[in-house]
Design a protein around this ligand. Structure first.
Ligand SMILES: [Zn+2]
Length: 238
């Protein structure tokens, strides 16, 4: 993140006319505005924050301003853990007041952003209070987002019905105690869930040094699951 070897602007979903931005880290504002085809922040319907760490939230306040036309049009849903708006908040109180609705994430709960249903299956195990989601909407395969967490087997059951899994994989080898997934742990989760596709993202240095994008073909074959390594600006058609 610090050297921007990989962009940290988050993930933009456009499903059934609903637009949702997930984890707008450093560079999100710039990346969204520079993207082609264009993405319009003023058309955003919701923002999902998995946890308060800066690589997931740095741009959230300015993104809220952009979503609400500089604060003149109260709109949108902000979904975040309580910790993100508590003392000290990473989402400023003035910014939280600009959105139409703030949803405080809890495990085993469901939320809506227009016609998107976001189920939060379980609380993940990370240094901050962290939640992922299972996104469902008419006519699309269910999408599971597994953000920063250490490995624990309950993740597999919790996400077992998802057809597309987006998973944050920081390390190429396990590093116990750091509370991030490594590639072998992520592959264990993916082979347990058995989705149609798995998208690996949020790579740390060891994943880049190992050139993970050159190994996905082999991994896909081994697991009989289509595995994709995310790249900056990548578009994935549902
Ligand atoms: Zn984190």
């Amino acid at each position: 993140m610090i050297r921007q070897l990989r962009a940290s602007g988050g993930i933009w979903f456009e499903i059934n006319d609903t637009k949702l931005l997930v984890d707008p880290g450093p560079g999100s504002l710039v990346r969204v505005n520079k993207s082609r085809p264009p993405l319009k922040l003023s058309e955003l319907d919701g923002i999902f924050i998995s946890h308060k760490h800066i690589d997931h939230t740095n741009d959230v306040n300015v993104i809220i301003e952009a979503m609400t036309d500089g604060g003149f049009k109260k709109k949108g849903v902000l979904l975040c853990p309580a910790e993100a708006i508590e003392n000290p908040p990473v989402i400023f109180p003035y910014a939280a007041e600009l959105v139409e609705k703030v949803e405080i994430l809890k495990e085993h709960s469901q939320y809506f952003v227009k016609n998107l249903k976001l189920g939060v299956p379980l609380k993940l195990r990370h240094l901050a209070e962290t939640y992922g989601f299972i996104l469902e909407s008419d006519g699309i395969p269910s999408i599971g987002y597994i953000p920063d967490t250490e490995f624990f087997p309950e993740i597999i059951d919790a996400y077992s019905k998802t057809k597309i899994v987006i998973i944050n994989v920081v390390f190429s080898q396990p590093r116990p105690g750091i509370m991030h997934l490594s590639l072998p742990e992520a592959l264990e989760i993916i082979s347990g869930i058995k989705p149609q596709k798995a998208i690996l993202t949020h790579f740390g240095m060891t994943m880049l040094k190992e050139r993970i994008w050159e190994k996905t073909g082999q991994l896909s074959e081994k697991l009989s699951i289509d595995i994709i390594a995310a790249s900056d600006g990548m578009t994935f058609e549902l």
